[in-house]
Design a protein around this ligand. Structure first.
Ligand SMILES: [Zn+2]
Length: 292
């Protein structure tokens, strides 16, 4: 529908009576200035919003230094070639069932990449927005736990969290800060069954309780929906954008690369998560001053 760093789409233009000066057919546009206009429009819409949804993917953690998998928003860039495996096979439920030690080898590499990584300003801004607005939820595909580390509470980690382990045989669960003290592959301390991270491996279904939580919150609706750093290849991360569109709610994409939702959103910022969210938050705070 809209192009890069576009202003508001047709419905939103009716909200903003004044057309930004210098914007029009055949007029040369400074990309940075256009982005600032888009950011200011997003901030104005935020000022009349009470509920926000952030749909996040690997791109938001890329700003913390975690490499994305070929930019496709899949888990982190793990080299599995020494065993002749692609990442989708190495981290699959099928392989875990037959060879848990192989899957654990790569899970522990993935955890090692996350271990010294800290949440960044984009995670923090979302957590600050959660404290400021009436209702804010984050639906993340990331398994690194960085949204919660930044202080966000309303997080649906739809693919799970690497730090939460569960037994495949009994009901034992535990949370670890990292895997440094785990024998790989780890055993359940209660029944000696195989422990596994409570994440969705490739080929496995989503956890029903998280899916239900997501559906309940989507049913409640959001005044604005943001898609940040995700290529949006999964239908359950596209659906919130589609639902917002159908409800006439503004949608924003923050992503340096084009994604499956780029043609759907009302506002597209081809920026990394940290500068974009910081700029939006600053623009909002110029409209709605507050002490944080
Ligand atoms: Zn057990």
């Amino acid at each position: 529908m809209e192009t890069v760093c576009q202003g508001p789409s047709s419905w939103a233009r009716s909200v903003f009576v004044e057309t930004p000066p210098g914007i029009g057919p055949g007029v040369a546009v400074d990309p940075a200035a256009t982005c600032q206009q888009t950011i200011d429009h997003i901030a104005q819409l935020l000022a009349s919003s009470r509920s926000l949804l952030f749909v996040t993917g690997a791109g938001i953690s890329a700003d913390s230094g975690l490499p994305t998998y070929r930019g496709k928003g899949l888990p982190y860039n793990i080299d599995c070639t020494e065993d002749g495996l692609c990442v989708e096979r190495a981290l699959s439920g099928d392989l875990f069932e037959d060879h848990p030690e192989l899957t654990w080898k790569y899970l522990s590499r993935m955890e090692r990449m996350c271990r010294d990584v800290r949440c960044n300003r984009a995670h923090e801004v979302i957590a600050e927005m959660e404290r400021h607005f009436e209702r804010v939820w984050t639906l993340t595909q990331n398994v690194d736990g960085l949204h919660r580390a930044a202080g966000a509470r309303n997080v649906i980690d739809i693919h799970g969290d690497l730090h939460n382990l569960r037994c495949t045989r009994c009901r034992h669960r535990e949370t670890v800060s990292d895997y440094s003290r785990l024998a790989i592959p780890p055993e359940c301390p209660r029944c000696a069954g195989s422990l596994r991270p409570d994440i969705v491996l490739f080929g496995e279904p989503l956890a029903l309780e998280k899916l239900m939580m997501m559906l309940v919150e989507l049913d409640n609706g959001f005044d604005m929906v943001f898609s940040i750093g995700t290529s949006s290849v999964f239908p359950y991360v596209v659906e919130p954008i589609q639902m917002a569109m159908m409800q006439g709610r503004p949608t924003v994409e923050i992503n340096p690369s084009l994604s499956e939702v780029s043609d759907m959103v009302d506002f597209r910022l081809p920026m990394r998560a940290v500068p974009a969210l910081e700029a939006i938050w600053q623009a909002y705070r110029r409209i709605v001053p507050m002490s944080l």
